[in-house]
Design a binder for this molecule. Sequence first.
Ligand code: FMN
Length: 214
Amino acid sequence: MSEWLQAYRENHADFDQPSAIGALPNNPFVAFSEWFDTAVTAKEREANACVLSTCGHDLQASSRVLYLKELLDNQFIFYTNYLSQKGQLLDTNPKASLLFFWPQLMRQVRIEGSVQQIDPAISDAYFASRPRESQLGAWASQQSETLSDRAALIARFEAFDRQFPDAVPRPPHWGGFALQPHYMEFWQGQPSRLHERRVYEFSQNEWTSKLLNP
Ligand SMILES: Cc1cc2nc3c(=O)[nH]c(=O)nc-3n(C[C@H](O)[C@H](O)[C@H](O)COP(=O)(O)O)c2cc1C
């Protein structure tokens, strides 16, 4: 071993003894929950923000940030406009990915799977819990469609405010999607630069896991 490498190893304990990936449980959903809770505790900003990537029949990938609402029955739940670009792409091709990046912790989680609309009753309950301005926004915004000018959006917001003076019902075009994963990958950056990756794959009715080269 060179003198340089010997000194480097002495200064980077994680070179020989990385910790985070080895400590992950065998259940990838428990693993995700542990890392998510750690991200919240570490005060990562917007810990529940993730990138949803979709791909239509033209094989053009498209990505956008959204909020993970919850992990429910081993499915990742997010809410959006079903008629939006992403909604239409998911109708076309329900295969999608979610990507979380927690920079303070130097962690990334990649999730891939298939997506379907959730039970409308669950969307109803969540919509009812949202602030009035969010509820009216869901009615007013024809998400991803051309907007002539901001005044047009405000006019629609005002119109729905008048239409629903009390409780605001859930718009039929707004609700949750559930991503059911078959692939989950955890990446831990290490000061030594020898980063760690562990992937979990669902096949033949069981999850298995292995390490990947970083
Ligand atoms: C931090 C952050 C959180 C967001 N959360 C959501 C969300 O939960 N649902 C949503 O539909 N859009 C959310 N957006 C907006 C999306 O990124 C996107 O602009 C919008 O959904 C339209 O995407 P589309 O045209 O691909 O359908 C969020 C954006 C940011 C930056």
